[in-house]
Design a protein around this ligand. Sequence first.
Ligand code: KG4
Ligand code: ZN
Length: 318
Amino acid sequence: MILGIETSCDETAAAVVTGDGEIRSNVVASQSELHARFGGVVPEVASRRHLELVSPVVREALDRAGVTLEQVDRIGVTRGPGLIGALLVGLAAAKGLAWGSGIPLVPVDHLHGHVASLYLRPAPVDPPFLCLLASGGHTLLLDVEDHEGFRVLGTTLDDAAGEAFDKGARLLGLGYPGGAEIDRLARTGDPAAYDFPVARVPNFDFSFSGLKTALLYAVRELAPEELEARRADLAASYQHAIVRALAGRTLEAAERLGADRVAIVGGVAANSELRAALPDAAAAPLELCTDNGAMIASAARYTEPSAEPLRLDAYAVA
Ligand code: KG4
Ligand code: ZN
């Protein structure tokens, strides 16, 4: 039994997963409503909320799984990258539980966690594969050869794909977090209404900041009632440009590297147009795309416990 704890951003999450990847419980307390009025995550507010939620969320995960702490064989916890204060709350809670109960503590890299969301039952996807990791903080193309880790092939030169969704949603006057909102609104809009540019950058990298600026200019030209009328078209066209960039580069890389299989992970992998644009790509169920504890527990199966758990520190940047 592995207890996974995740507090890197604005989800306080804990889960119990078995050694062979069966999810026994997966509890996610989202703080997004708390941050919505600020239009984004406020780090210090997130840390304080994690502090309030982490114990009840862990207890709930154990209860729903029907296990006691004594039955837990290892605790996996996100160590980074993420908001440093938020990470420290989860790490401190995990240290306390591990130390108090004599359970081995496994430090988990959040990005490895996203990849390991694919290793869970009932339909595990095993390496090797080429992986697009697209979240609020990262946009990476990864060569995944084994369960233990990955090699970075490309990254974003500016904004992450999820960040582009969130900033775009803000420009369109939609709520936070914006990805799911744009996804929903785009279904009623015309993706060809606006021709937003997709930056062509070398190698396997990505760039989204120009796209965001293009949306800003398009929105600025519209009077408030015009924006109201064009909002769905703008959302559809904007999403289409992001998806074209993500899917295009991923397929290009797969062809150049001769990868037989492609997978998508991270919050943006929940996007319906991206999933449709890469119909052959392996993808975890929607609830495992956005941050959760099950993916952290999953990665902890493939990481060694720390020899000096109380000395573990969090890191903000990968
Ligand atoms: O993986 P995640 O939960 O947290 C990070 O590690 O960043 O990803 C969150 C990101 C946010 O930017 C959110 O807007 C985006 O994933 N997202 C989506 C969708 N659902 C969540 N983006 C596009 N379409 C969606 N359906
Ligand atoms: Zn994440």
